[in-house]
Design a protein around this ligand. Structure first.
Ligand code: ADP
Ligand code: TRP
Length: 331
């Protein structure tokens, strides 16, 4: 059976981008593959070196994974830092990752721009740690959103380079995966670009947001004064809201508003109200489980403990073999 690995950084609660771009695929994949889903707390230190509540953030992602329907009986759910073998593989891979290629990564360049006072080596080698996450279980499929494609290409580069250097065929190649034919990109509410945690509180709708907060955020989403010509192309803020509607609403609803737009009869108030209600319905099953799961600390510890054990078992096998391939021997 093919192995799947994916993770989300533990920088706080999950938004609809995380949910539709990644977690929904996790939930579907757990029935068909050998799945490892983790919480990337090492990675979170690249942008948040001294988090106020590291453990609380990890716990929040764990709760939301479970609320979204990842079943710890089917998939292995674990916290990255519970598996130190990942850090060891990261060290080995770092020896064969080159400055030039790391500096060219778009996510690194973005971070240099967004956090100029903290361009640390962890940021530079972020894709190496991500490759270690994937290679540690010899995964072939990685459910992620579109923004992670370049990182996966780098993971293939590092795995293939290891194979070439040590004259082995040890690591398989891994590819981004989505059940829909294209990788998903969920737009934000601020009229430009994707939904993300770093783009400000109002841009993202969180799985843990209350119904009232969702309504308020959607009603305040950036739009414009409306179309003036029939069938005119949609400017980015409007296209983004339609893209969101395509994700959460029925085809009929989408077509209805699309036709109104094309006939210049759309009223954005009605459009947004419908979008908010459909978003609320689409996320209801997750929202209603979050509080109950959060209250059950015993269950959370059990899930994390069992997950860590299973992940360490697979990871220590890989590390044993990798050490052997490189040439480490014990006396
Ligand atoms: P953020 O961008 O908010 O910091 P992460 O980088 O932690 O979120 O992303 C975790 C996962 O969620 C990744 O698989 C990523 O591809 C996916 N993801 C994040 N934002 C989006 C989005 N707007 N659309 C689609 N997928 C997304
Ligand atoms: N870089 C990913 C993100 O920001 C998170 C991540 C870390 C990841 N390691 C991974 C995703 C391994 C898939 C596989 O979204």
């Amino acid at each position: 059976m093919e192995t799947v690995v994916s993770g989300i950084r533990s920088t706080g609660k999950l938004h609809l981008g995380n949910y539709y771009g990644a977690v929904q695929n996790f939930v579907k994949m757990q029935h068909e593959y050998n799945c490892y889903f983790f919480i990337a707390d090492y990675h979170s230190l690249t942008t948040h070196p001294t988090p106020d509540d590291l453990h609380g953030n990890v716990k929040q992602v764990l709760i939301e994974y479970l609320a979204a329907g990842i079943d710890p009986e089917k998939a292995t759910i674990y916290v990255q830092s519970d598996v130190p073998q990942i850090a060891e593989l990261y060290l080995f891979l770092n020896m064969n990752a080159y400055m030039g290629e790391l500096e060219r990564s778009t996510s690194f360049k973005d971070k240099v721009r967004s956090q100029p006072d903290n361009v640390n080596a962890g940021l530079l080698t972020y894709p190496v740690l991500m490759a270690a996450d994937i290679l540690i279980h010899k995964a072939t499929k990685v459910p992620v959103g579109k923004d992670q494609e370049q990182h996966l290409e780098m993971a293939r580069t590092f795995g293939n380079r290891f194979n070439r250097l040590y004259n082995t065929e040890y690591f398989p190649e891994s590819f981004a995966f989505s059940f829909s034919d294209k990788l998903v990109k969920v737009p934000g509410l601020d009229g430009k670009g994707k939904m993300g945690k770093s783009e400000g509180e109002a841009n993202a709708v969180y799985l843990s947001d209350s119904v009232e907060v969702i309504r308020k955020k959607v009603m305040r989403a950036v739009s414009d004064s409306g179309p003036t010509e029939e069938n005119q192309p949609k400017p980015e803020p409007i296209q983004n809201l339609f893209d969101l509607m395509k994700i959460v609403s029925s085809t009929d609803t989408y077509t209805h508003f699309d036709e109104l737009y094309n006939k210049c009869q759309i009223r954005y108030g009605d459009f947004k109200k419908q979008l908010a209600e459909d978003m609320i319905i689409a996320t209801e099953p997750v929202r209603e489980k979050i509080n109950a799961i959060a209250a059950d600390t015993e269950y959370l510890s059990k899930v994390a403990k069992i997950g860590a054990e299973k992940a360490r078992e697979s990871a220590s096998k890989t590390i044993r073999e990798v050490r052997e391939i490189i040439g480490f021997r014990s006396f």
